[in-house]
Design a protein around this ligand. Sequence first.
Ligand SMILES: C[S@@+](CC[C@H](N)C(=O)[O-])C[C@H]1O[C@@H](n2cnc3c(N)ncnc32)[C@H](O)[C@@H]1O
Length: 406
Amino acid sequence: MTSAVAATPALFSFADVTAQAFRSSRELNALATTHPALRLNAICPYYTMFPLRFPLRVLGSAAKGQRVLDPFAGRGTTLFAARLLGLACTGIDSSPVASHLSRAKVSLASPEEVAALAERALEVPAPSEEAPEGEFWQWAYGPRTLEQICRIRGHLLDTSRLGITADNSDAVQLLRALMMGILHGPRTKKLPSYLSNQMPRTYATKPAAAVRFWEKRGMHPEEVPVLDVVRRRAAFTLVDLPPRVDSFVAWGDSREVLARLKATESKPFDWVVTSPPYFGMRSYVPDQWLRNWFIGGSSEVEYSENGQIGGKSEVEFIEALATVWREAAESCTDSAKLVIRFGSLPSLKKEPAALIRESLQMSGSWKISTIKSAGSAPSGRRQADQFSTTGGYVDEVDVWARRVAN
Ligand SMILES: C[S@@+](CC[C@H](N)C(=O)[O-])C[C@H]1O[C@@H](n2cnc3c(N)ncnc32)[C@H](O)[C@@H]1O
């Protein structure tokens, strides 16, 4: 099957975006929530994601042809900003959910292609589509809804029966991200937007707590027409995707992936725009356990460390970050810039600025030019505002650094 997507013109010219970057953040914010070409960014929420306007503003001063790296890509916000600006980009994340979401941010397919893929998946038995058993699953989804989710899941894990070729693998990425985005969320009185019984959308409640919640309220799951929700969501989110850029997304520990990349990557990066895991944050993977199941993980919560550095001791965390900065620098031009938004959990009384400074000094590869606060919590300008289980606001800082020449 060939892609039916027509080439769309670049969303922003460099001059426009630079001009916008220096206008009020309210304007940039309004643009970032209203322009249809930006909707893909919100296809699925992710913990501690930063707002699109942050990388968009930073990269507004990038020159044509420059290349961007995010070694802690999360849902791929930096990659999407790079795409909007026509910049080549590479993203790495050790969470499988994050790496799939990042891939979707650089994919291009029409809403019709994505909906048609879901429709075909529902018609054809999948190689493996057995529904998980147990109390959680009975309460979380109507039986027919769960059956349909499992069929689509089975096909996305093995696309052989759908006749998928390289041509439409972007549609696969987009359907996967879209399904992750609608897998759980609040129930509404209007047309359903999510497939689950009442749940948060940003993270999945752990099974025992979720069952207690539903049982106490006598809240039984409703059947949700999966294809209708997919069609509606695809028509809204994928209506006007920006053009493709040169991109690469890797699932893995940045310390290892970057070491491999520098041996193979011929063109160096000019920008590293990133937000490392919050110091003290152990739950990037377990909090996304339901999405992780959908993309092939266990139907139970997994607590393994999985290349995650956020939950390590302070010394190990600083060392791990220093390794990432050092490895990234080796794949960068001599004049590359590193821009970091960084926070730590309030319970861990360490200043984020001190942690990041120590890691950059230890790397010996970057010289800090500015460190400033990322804004006040109620203004809604920080990634921490997206974050609901920290038990308080998180201090965040923005750090700008320049590559120390070899
Ligand atoms: C603060 S989040 C990034 C959010 C991202 N800026 C966004 O807008 O979605 C940090 C990310 O680092 C990832 N991570 C943690 N340890 C990692 C490692 N060793 N290598 C690569 N990614 C890692 C986590 O899985 C998480 O997705």
